[in-house]
Design a protein around this ligand. Structure first.
Ligand SMILES: [Fe+2]
Ligand SMILES: [Fe+2]
Length: 167
């Protein structure tokens, strides 16, 4: 049975992720401006890393290959994948640090700027081309939604190591 999804189409779902993570970056920057303690910044940074990781994965598994096949702009998709690789490297660095560490805030803020630029390119180029193509973006929203839920339910190895694993 097809699950009802609260998004118009794949682009709508992906852009809702973008807005959600942007709100988290704004929150992180505000905490830095307020000289908030590390204990307050850490969970926001953790959430940013986790959400971006899931978002990049559903794009790479489902959305990007479909757009590449439908649109045929390999250079555009290769560039987007390179930006994902750069973001993943930054996320790994951040996950290897603690919010109290020197340079932590700057690393998260730099990631926020890189994501802003990547999202702008997605909106102005990839999303636009996807909507102009013959892709079934409504059907794809369901696939993206289901995979996202599956990934969010999976306990990431790094997080499992840090926290005590609840039964
Ligand atoms: Fe992306
Ligand atoms: Fe995206």
């Amino acid at each position: 049975m097809t699950q009802a999804v609260a998004y118009e189409d794949a682009v709508d779902l992906l852009d809702a992720d973008h807005k959600g993570v942007k709100a988290l970056f704004i929150k992180f920057n505000a905490l830095c401006d307020d000289d908030a303690p590390a204990e307050e910044k850490q969970p926001v940074a953790d959430k940013i890393c986790k959400e971006l990781t899931v978002h990049a994965q559903i794009e790479e598994e489902i959305f990007y290959p479909a757009v590449r096949a439908a649109v045929g702009d390999d250079a555009l998709m290769d560039e987007a994948l390179q930006e994902h690789a750069d973001a993943k490297a930054a996320i790994a660095d951040i996950q290897g640090m603690s919010a109290g560490d020197k340079g932590f805030d700057d690393k998260v803020k730099a990631l926020g700027k890189a994501i802003d630029e990547h999202v702008l390119e997605e909106r102005e180029q990839i999303f636009l081309q996807a909507r102009l193509s013959a892709l079934d973006l409504r059907g794809m929203a369901v696939a993206l939604f289901e995979r996202k839920k599956q990934l969010q339910g999976a306990r990431p190895a790094a997080a499992a190591k840090k926290k005590k694993v609840a039964a």
